[in-house]
Structures are given as structure tokens and as C-alpha cells.
Ligand binder design. Structure first.
Ligand SMILES: [Zn+2]
Ligand SMILES: [Zn+2]
Length: 159
């Protein structure tokens, strides 16, 4: 698999894309921020021509690497670089820009922590994407104003 294109970007194949494209409504996360306002969505990683969400992760307090997440809400595509993600282990998620740990916002039903990525440059738990920090758990939430969209109920909500 060819990961880097000629500009040094990470390019990932998206098997899920056709399925997603056929859905009527897709939520594309175009920016999300660390508590200091660094945008985690940028062109350092790409998922089907969409900029991905790039995070620094730490496992077992020792090993560090990068994880890129698909910016399409509900798409489980993610890839790790420089670190082998052990299934079931929880990760500390950090801003790749400034290294600040991303804040815990809720407890996941799997026992892991739901980490907040703010959708506005100012930290606001009312406007954030929540993702579980346990490898293999794809629980994700999207909170916008008073609305909470769970991935499982997303289709219902949007149609
Ligand atoms: Zn930052
Ligand atoms: Zn979880």
C-alpha cells in the first residue's frame, strides 16, 4: 500500500467511502481544536481527499506515535504511525502541535475515557467531538449546542 504521495502527505484508501457517500447526510469534521486552539484537522493526513484528524498518542506512559482519524463522523478508518496500537489498551491523546493532553469529557461505556476535540477554537464542551481513548472502541459522540448525536442514532437524527 502506498501511504505517502509525492508531497509527503499520508493518503489512505477508504473502503467505507462508497457506503458513506450513498448515505444522504454525512457529517464531515472540517476542524477540531486542542484546548489551546491548534487545529487538529490538517492536510498532513488525507482520507479520500478530505483532511484527516491527526493526534499524538501515548500508550503505557512510554511509547508515543501518531494516529490519524477519518474526519467523516462515523467512519471508523484510522491509522497509526510509529506505534503499534494494542487492542483494548487505553491511550493518552495529545495535541501533536503543543503536546497538551486532550481533556476527558465523559466516561465511555467500555470503561475508557471519552476525549473531547473542540469544534471551535475556544474550549467548549457544548461543541465538541468525543472519541473513546480505548483502542478498538469506536464510540464517538458529536455535541453541537444542545444536541448530542451518537453515532448509532446519527442516521435517524439526520434523515
Ligand atoms: Zn495544541
Ligand atoms: Zn470506549
Amino acid at each position: 500500500m502506498r501511504i505517502f504521495d509525492d508531497n509527503g502527505l499520508m493518503v489512505f484508501p477508504c473502503e467505507a467511502m462508497r457506503e458513506i457517500r450513498e448515505q444522504k447526510n454525512v457529517v464531515l469534521i472540517t476542524s477540531c481544536y486542542c484546548p489551546r486552539g491548534h487545529d487538529l484537522v490538517n492536510d498532513k493526513s488525507q482520507f479520500c481527499e478530505n483532511n484527516g484528524i491527526l493526534l499524538r498518542v501515548r500508550q503505557n506512559q512510554l511509547r508515543e506515535g501518531l494516529v490519524a482519524l477519518s474526519p467523516i463522523y462515523g467512519d471508523k478508518s484510522r491509522i497509526s504511525l510509529g506505534i503499534h496500537l494494542e487492542k483494548g489498551v487505553t491511550m493518552t491523546m495529545l495535541c501533536p502541535e503543543c503536546g497538551i493532553p486532550l481533556p476527558v469529557y465523559d466516561e465511555c461505556s467500555c470503561g475508557g475515557d471519552v476525549i473531547a476535540l473542540f469544534t471551535k477554537p475556544v474550549p467548549d464542551y457544548g461543541n465538541c467531538v468525543g472519541i473513546c481513548n480505548r483502542v478498538g472502541c469506536y464510540n464517538a459522540q458529536l455535541r453541537s449546542g444542545n444536541e448530542l448525536l451518537n453515532y448509532s442514532t446519527l442516521t435517524e437524527h439526520l434523515t
